[in-house]
Write a protein of this length. Structure first.
Length: 441
């Protein structure tokens, strides 16, 4: 089996490409099952966020990354060759290292952001529910969660509040100064919006409007920060109240168009509006940026602000990379061990058959009245010969053929090197080193 990760992120693809590859949450399980039904795909998991779409698979060796590429393109009505330049492909250890870097936020737009760990856990649960996880991916994701916790515990990667939400609030302060007298409109009620509300509240902002598809969730978030919940249908009437707009919903279509923002500006008598669209696909039409008195930023535009806040995390990231290197090797050691499982099972089954045959013969001897001591000697001697016949025959053939590499590997496998070195022996034992064969029944 071969482990493979195929995806794109904020480094390899611009926003207008990333938003075309987003998978709706309510369609993830069906998408995974469709992928798992492709020839050669044995296991599958999918992480789909505003900054990345990544597919993790375990495939038969005859299959390749093009299986995933073609599926991604087919799922979104795209041409595979158009999509290919934006994708990265990782196999085996590189795929393990990649997920181990993604989960603690080392591969995020904001270095060390904690949200991606929760998104990875959601992706894992979706794959579990879809029934597309097997032994390898299940173990890999569980390992990634443990490593993420270790990284955050043992390094300072999460010591300072650096996130897209924090960057948005920092930028708002640069434009407006102190925020106490302003009003914020938050579109959505997920983790990013909640984090934005927390940062705004910490900066002194008191008036919040929270609009969400589910009013109950909007009311819960508004209650936590002394805000007011509104419905999406109320947006046109309430938008003029907002000085700061932060949008992060799962809507497949924009919630704010150029016309609605233009009307709001007229009612505001062209007092400036600061707008941040964190959503992918976008919640605010890009044409809104053409309006005067609007400062519109997307997640890509926040990069400069984010970089300024990352310096304290870079040393911690170096420490984290050392942890990931070690933990990736540990996972690969476990994965390589899976290749030996069928051989070990067959070898044990063969030994069990020898045991059963010799035990039946020994019991027949006891039933005929032979002494227990003679039967025990017979049992031990015959079973030893049966178990060692194959290996000793191969060792003798290797010696006769002067196959020194095979001999060396055999001595290591049988743990005989030290014993032979201590005894000074250089020849492989043959059957004459064992007691004389007893007569077979």
């Amino acid at each position: 089996m071969r482990l493979c990760a195929v995806g794109l992120n904020h480094r390899t693809a611009p926003l207008d490409v990333r938003e075309r590859l987003v998978f709706p949450v309510d369609g993830l399980q069906q998408a995974l099952q469709h992928l798992a039904g492709k020839p050669g795909v044995c296991e599958a998991a999918l992480i789909s966020t505003c900054n990345r779409t990544e597919v993790y698979t375990v495939m038969e060796p005859v299959s390749g990354a093009d299986t995933v590429l073609n599926w991604l393109a087919e799922s979104h009505g795209l041409e595979p060759e158009w999509l290919r330049p934006y994708l990265y492909v990782h196999h085996q250890r590189e795929a393990v290292q990649h997920l181990l870097r993604v989960t603690p936020g080392l591969d995020s737009l904001v270095l060390g952001e904690p949200q991606i760990a929760g998104q990875a856990k959601s992706a894992y649960l979706e794959a579990v529910t879809a029934g597309t996880l097997g032994q390898i991916l299940d173990r890999l994701f569980q390992h990634a969660f443990a490593v993420s916790k270790q990284v955050r515990t043992e390094t300072g990667i999460g010591a300072n509040p650096v996130s897209v939400a924090f960057a948005a609030v920092t930028l708002a302060r640069q434009i407006f100064g102190p925020l106490e007298s302003y009003t914020a409109l938050l579109l959505g009620a997920g983790e990013t919006i909640e984090l934005t509300a927390r940062h705004l509240h910490q900066q002194g902002l008191q008036r919040f409007l929270v609009a969400n598809r589910t009013r109950e969730r909007a009311e819960e978030l508004a209650r936590n920060y002394g805000g007011e919940a509104i419905t999406l249908s109320e947006l046109p009437d309430r938008l003029p109240e907002a000085d700061i707009v932060v949008a992060s919903t799962a809507s497949q279509l924009p919630l704010l168009g150029k016309g609605s923002v233009e009307r709001a500006l007229r009612r505001r008598r062209h007092r400036p509006m600061f707008m941040v669209d964190i959503a992918v696909p976008r919640d605010i039409e890009p044409e809104v940026d053409e309006l005067d008195d609007v400062y519109l930023y997307t997640v890509d535009d926040l990069q400069d602000v984010i970089q300024e806040n990352l310096r304290s995390r870079r040393h911690a990231a170096q420490e984290a990379e050392e942890i990931i290197e070690l933990q990736a090797e540990r996972f690969m050691t476990w994965m390589r061990g899976l290749d030996t499982v069928p051989a070990i099972r067959r070898y044990r089954e063969r030994a069990g058959r020898h045991r059963d045959v010799v035990l039946r013969r020994a019991l027949r001897r006891l039933a005929r009245g032979e002494s227990a001591e003679d039967v025990l000697h017979y049992l031990a001697h015959t079973l030893t010969n049966r178990l060692l016949h194959g290996p000793t025959t191969r060792l003798r053939e290797a010696g006769e053929g002067k196959d020194e590499e095979l001999l060396s590997q055999a001595l290591n496998l049988l743990d005989l090197e030290d014993e032979l070195r201590e005894s000074g022996q250089t020849e492989t034992a043959d059957d004459s080193t064992y007691p004389r064969r007893m007569k077979q029944p």
